[in-house]
Design a protein around this ligand. Structure first.
Ligand code: HEC
Length: 162
């Protein structure tokens, strides 16, 4: 015989299933277990693409002297690289930590609102990306300073002070 709590649990699970839209998976707030959790980890190449997008945005934010946006993009790049290092332990920690210096230099230039220092630090950051790619035999993945802004749905100009 089923105990009352279990019946209640089943009933609420059925209710949840009925409410959930067709094809809906677990709510994103629920942690997944085992293989599902592994499958839900972002792929390294996707984390890198996310870093690449921020690398582009950082440049155009810096060029526009939108220092708040530039600071935000720098933190995003740092977070993606940290995520990559923690999820993919095959990445040499050394390669990841060497990124701290150029990232700090970028952050310092942003804090000082110094366009010249920003350009220099951005070059060092990009060189850091490439030197890790070389060290993992992916020297054909070469980052450079973006030449055109492919992102037309985001305004990089600093918000007007009210
Ligand atoms: C610690 C080493 C390391 C650092 C630092 C690093 N990468 Fe990568 N990157 C990799 C590895 C490894 C791959 C290959 C991932 C794969 O294929 O699974 C990769 C792949 C890429 C790719 C190819 C993804 C694609 O689909 O085209 C891009 C773009 C990229 N990285 C951008 C960057 C940028 C931008 C930075 C610097 C902000 C950076 N990477 C810093 C290790 C690194």
């Amino acid at each position: 015989m089923r105990s009352k709590p279990i019946t209640l649990l089943l009933a609420s699970l059925m209710l949840a299933a009925a409410i959930a839209p067709a094809g809906a998976q677990q709510p994103p707030t629920q942690p997944l277990a085992g293989d599902a959790a592994r499958a839900s980890n972002p792929r390294l190449a996707d984390l890198m693409e996310a870093a690449q997008l921020r690398h582009i945005k950082l440049w155009f934010a810096g060029k526009a002297a939108n220092w708040k946006l530039a600071g935000y993009q720098t933190r995003q790049i740092k977070a993606r690289l940290q995520e990559a290092a923690s999820l993919y332990q095959s990445l040499a920690v050394n390669d990841v930590t060497t990124m701290a210096k150029p990232l700090d230099a970028v952050a310092a230039a942003i804090a000082a609102e110094d366009s010249k220092a920003f350009v220099k630090a951005y070059g060092e950051l990009t060189a850091g990306c490439n030197s890790c790619h070389e060290s993992v035999k992916l020297g054909f993945i070469v980052l450079q300073t973006p030449t055109v802004n492919p992102i037309s749905d985001q305004n990089f100009a600093p918000a007007k002070k009210k």
